[in-house]
Write a new protein. Structure first.
Length: 262
């Protein structure tokens, strides 16, 4: 379901009825006569729908984390807020950028429309910027020829699988965050789709080397061996970006998650 389109349609419907009532119907109602329900309800809901539409379209939008690909940063069931204006102002529904503000930076956690199916929203961490050469060989990440250092933290328990993975800290740009590695899994992705501009990538048994095309970004999950990301389905066009995740506001299973984010 395209919720943005549904909300916009509801805004237009309630707005039109409210305007018609103010300009036409109200003047023709006899004094003391109650307005009909088909005017009362839309007129009452219009300001609420307007506020929700503006907030969701231009300021912040809530999302729920559906998978474990971003563990340990984000857990399944985390409700997060996404900043909709940090990368620019976009027209709602058609998602066309009209005002540039900032560009995504390495290390940002962003929500975007899945390139294979734009009706589905994904969340991953920005690893490669336009023009970057990203290499992932033997589970070691390098950007433009510089290997990104890892600092071991210890073991991390995946509670749903009763499995321990190795946890490390990694710094991308200005962002220091944790990642998980499963040494029992191969370095190379199990399969690779025939995505647009796949010729920019070289795959081997140790991983891949990709040059990020202009206007695109390379995304990876923090749970490196349990994430379907740009290694599998390719680059994310700038036009697909929704916003930057910045706040965890609830998790039914982990109440202490409030406010945590890195």
């Amino acid at each position: 379901m395209n919720f943005a389109l549904l909300l916009f349609s509801l805004l237009v419907l309630t707005g039109v009825i409210t305007a018609l009532d103010a300009l036409y119907f109200r003047k023709r109602r006899a004094a003391g006569v109650r307005e009909p329900w088909w005017i009362e309800y839309p007129r009452s809901f219009f300001p609420v729908v307007l506020i929700v539409f503006v907030l969701r379209s231009f300021l912040v939008e809530p999302f729920k984390i559906p998978s474990g690909s971003m563990i340990p940063t984000l857990l399944v069931g985390d409700f997060i807020l996404v900043n909709k204006f940090t990368y620019g102002i976009r027209l709602p529904v058609i998602n066309k950028k009209v005002i540039d503000i900032n560009e995504p930076e390495r290390g940002d956690v962003i929500v975007f429309r899945y390139p294979d199916d734009p009706s589905v929203d994904y969340i991953k961490r920005v690893v490669g910027l336009p023009g970057d050469k990203v290499s992932y060989q033997g589970k070691r990440l390098s950007i433009n020829g510089r290997e990104i250092p890892l600092t071991a933290i210890g073991d991390y328990l995946l509670k749903d699988k009763i499995q321990y993975l190795k946890e490390y800290t990694e710094t991308l740009g200005k962002t220091k965050h944790a990642i998980l590695l499963d040494n029992s899994e191969p370095s190379a992705p199990p399969y690779v789709k025939q995505f647009p501009q796949r010729e920019n990538c070289i795959y081997n048994n140790s991983g891949f080397i990709c040059t990020i095309p202009r206007g695109h970004y390379f995304m990876m999950g923090d749970n490196r061996d349990n994430s379907s990301d740009s290694r599998v389905w390719g680059f994310v066009p700038e036009a697909n970006i929704i916003g930057k995740a910045f706040f965890i506001w609830f998790n039914f299973s982990e109440l202490r998650r409030f406010g945590r984010f890195n």
